[in-house]
Design a protein around this ligand. Structure first.
Ligand code: ACM
Length: 534
């Protein structure tokens, strides 16, 4: 794409776009942004972003008619009667103004994101470069998302991502019209959320003395402490920053497996006595016990979580909980006897049901990984289908909502090509083309069952991403490919998508995103000598 291209590469592809030709609208230092009250948030956002890139003030229109030709304007408004659909928008550029009309405030925001894509990539910089031409082609776009859950899981437990990096990540999600940040806050290797009632969760649980480097039997340890956590005010800031960009932050506190950091902080939560915070990756046998005290502890934790996160959905994890310790546990056997539970799978379901009741009574909905199906699904549960699509199919058929994120197409920790140059390659090959080809709705579902598919998300597990630069490499360009899967309608053809993706990389360059180049890693993006795993 040249800087003044008449047909900018829009990504994700809008539902309908008609380019009209004729003289473009040239924005200038006199350009104003007009907005109704419902669009004030997007006006402020656009003023900040475009203001930084252009060096212009972009004020609201001066009151009272000024003599002479009015300056070029950007006009933002909500019109719920325009038939645009939830989160939908219309963007019309004529000779005098760019009009963004949203069905709702989110629609206005997405229209403004599209407007920014119509400008040269320099629109993504934070200070003006020498004189780009800020032209908007004459056009009319009408657009709306295919799915209402367009998500990305970010694992800040395995490797902590500093708060300012989370805010940057939110901006990158918003740029791609994604609307859910699933924040995986706790795991065996770290607890990242301050909990007022239980300070040891972060005093003890937020750091480990060293980390496994690489995967498989040849992995080693680095001898270097790793840690970090978000204070409750940090979380309020993250949640508010995301909300201003129409992103819901869905918190995950993973139970009853993946809990070694919590057990390290409060050993009475577990079955194994004193432990340190986990240093190695994988499925860890140390799990929570099923005592009343442990459940009360987690009800308290989730009460603080619900105070901090307004999200309707609260994720309790539920994945990869080995049952070895429960089989040997008197507490577990007693619980199974008292509750009439047939096996440890039913015991896990019982545990999840206690939390489901707690969340449901407070007006929230439980989200869990597909293992929560195994001993019977809790009545209010929504299922994240990750081990394949079967869990999603079973849950949808049982009338439960589902979010699709199967390893086959959604795991952004998996290698991006078969090349040995991929850094710490794990899992199967999952390139941008594979992510792009994914269909979120399993074909075996009837239309009624398919209505339970809220959407999809990609999952960024960070065992092998030890820095924000490594996260950039694994997330981009696969995230833009995924954005089109969940936003755009109609058939997808990677050969037609790829030129738009390559043009889009210029925007990521302007933002300083260190994506994986289409033909493989740059030398400093490799990790020679650090073993991966097939
Ligand atoms: C998962 O990948 N354990 C949900």
């Amino acid at each position: 794409m040249t800087e003044t291209s008449a047909r900018p590469a829009l990504l994700p592809r809008p539902a309908e776009a008609a380019f009209h030709g004729g003289a473009a609208l040239t924005l200038s230092a006199a350009t104003e942004i007009a907005a109704d009250a419902a669009s004030a948030g997007t006006a402020a956002w656009l003023r900040t972003e475009l203001g930084a890139a252009t060096g212009w003030p972009l004020p609201p229109p001066a009151s009272g008619a000024l003599p002479g030709e009015p300056p070029p304007r950007i006009v933002l408004a909500v019109d719920a009667a325009a038939g645009l659909g939830p989160e939908g928008y219309r963007l019309r550029v004529d000779g005098r103004a760019a009009h963004v009309t949203g069905h709702d405030p989110a629609g206005v925001f997405y229209g403004a994101q599209t407007l920014r894509q119509l400008l040269p990539p320099a629109a993504y910089r934070r200070a003006p470069l020498a004189a780009p031409v800020w032209e908007l082609p004459r056009l009319e776009i009408q657009d709306r998302p295919r799915f209402r859950w367009r998500g990305c899981l970010l694992d800040v437990a395995r490797h902590f991502l500093p708060k300012h990096q989370v805010l940057r990540f939110i901006d990158l999600l918003a740029m791609h019209k994604l609307n859910v940040l699933h924040l995986h806050l706790t795991d065996d290797q770290g607890w990242r959320l301050e909990i007022g009632r239980y300070p040891r969760l972060t005093e003890v649980g937020s750091w480990r003395r060293e980390s496994q480097v690489g995967a498989g039997p040849a992995a080693r340890f680095d001898g270097r402490p790793h840690g970090g956590f978000y204070t409750q005010d940090d979380i309020r800031e993250i949640v508010g920053y995301a909300a201003a960009r129409h992103i819901t932050v869905v918190p995950e506190i993973d139970v009853p497996g993946h809990s070694q950091a919590a057990i390290a902080a409060y050993p009475w939560l577990g079955e194994s006595g004193e432990l340190e915070v986990g240093r190695e990756w994988g499925i860890i046998e140390h799990v929570l016990n099923v005592s009343d005290a442990t459940l009360d502890f987690y009800r308290d934790v989730f009460d603080e979580v619900m105070e901090l996160f307004p999200s309707e959905y609260i994720c309790v994890g539920g994945d990869e909980c080995p049952k070895t310790q429960w089989r040997a546990s008197e507490t577990a056997r007693r619980r199974m006897r008292e509750e009439g539970l047939a096996d440890e799978e039913e015991l896990q379901s019982w545990f999840i049901r206690q939390l489901d009741a707690h969340l449901t009574a407070r007006g929230r909905r439980l989200l869990g990984w597909d293992e929560i199906l195994e001993g019977g699904l809790a009545p209010g549960a929504t299922v994240a289908s990750w081990r394949g699509t079967e869990g999603g199919v079973a849950a949808a058929r049982a009338g439960h909502d589902v979010v699709m994120c199967p390893t086959s197409t959604a795991y952004l920790d998996y290698r991006q090509s078969a090349s040995d140059e991929e850094p710490i390659p794990v899992g199967h090959v999952l390139g941008a083309a594979d992510v792009y080809a994914a269909e979120p709705v399993p074909p075996e579902l009837t239309p009624e069952e398919a209505a339970h598919v809220l959407g999809a998300q990609v999952n960024v597990w960070t065992e092998h991403m030890d820095s924000p630069r490594a996260v950039d490499y694994m997330v981009f360009p696969r995230l833009p490919a995924f954005a089109e899967v969940v936003w755009s309608h109609g058939a997808r053809d990677y050969a037609r998508f790829r030129p738009r993706l390559e043009a889009h990389l210029e925007r990521l360059d302007a933002l300083g995103v260190e994506y994986r180049p289409m033909d493989g890693p740059r030398p400093w993006q490799r990790r020679p000598g650090v073993p991966g795993r097939r």
